[in-house]
Write a new protein. Sequence first.
Length: 299
Amino acid sequence: MLWIPITLLAALAQTLRFMFQKRLRIATLSTGGATFARFLYAAPLIGLVAVGYAVARGYGLPVMDWQFWAFAAAGGFCQICATMCVVALFQQRNFTIGITFKKVEVLLAAGFGLLFLGEGVSLPALGAISLGVLGVLIISDAPQVAGSEGPRFFNKATALGLSCAVLFGACAVFYRGATLHISAADVFARSSVTLMAAISMQFLGMAFYLRWREPGQITEVIRAWRVAIWVGLLSLLGSLAWFTAFTLQNAAYVKALGQVEILASFAISVCVFGEKMRRSEAMGIAFLSVSVVLLILLL
């Protein structure tokens, strides 16, 4: 059951990282720039961690087949797109709702896990996960503005939220697939090398994209280092924890337990950003919280 405290650590680190990314997005950076901040500062750190750990333990170079690189590249691409969606979502709805929308990834991770890795979940666990998805549907009811005829459920915020959920769900399964196709000496060696490979590809891809489509954003990310470096540090901590948990357990269960980040995001939303919660949003969060408790009891 070591994967449980590791997953809780990952969820907390990820919530704090999104908090700093929202600050960057509000202040000076574009959605792409705020996304790139995690890779710019995390890439050299994960290199030091992975290589330093291998040297300290006397490990040799792990064996990585073509399936490893395919899974890692697919997971990295999905993670970049998902992060950009959730950062953009922060402009549409408050912090807690932005984090909560992406939690439908749990149900999707179960489906992707069955499709790509042949890993299913039990029916009681699927029921608990589905309860959380119901909470997302309640939250997706957009607040109505006086004089507005815009759609309540099928709106831009919903599209962004569901898009990041699909991408994060696929990302989790692809990363688990990568950790299953690397021959490393122990769990941490497998997860750290997988993370190093993924972040290196993400760093190069995002740097090329920003240079091509958003010239000047890389310089702005460097100038915002006082906040951006925390994005990198928390990203590294959270990703190491996620990858280690994926190595130990089915991605759907890991992501389901990771929904506890909603409670942390609620505290940040109210205490840091001064955002208010509607009654329906609180009800949706309650459904998600109950689903997490049930899942823990079932496992």
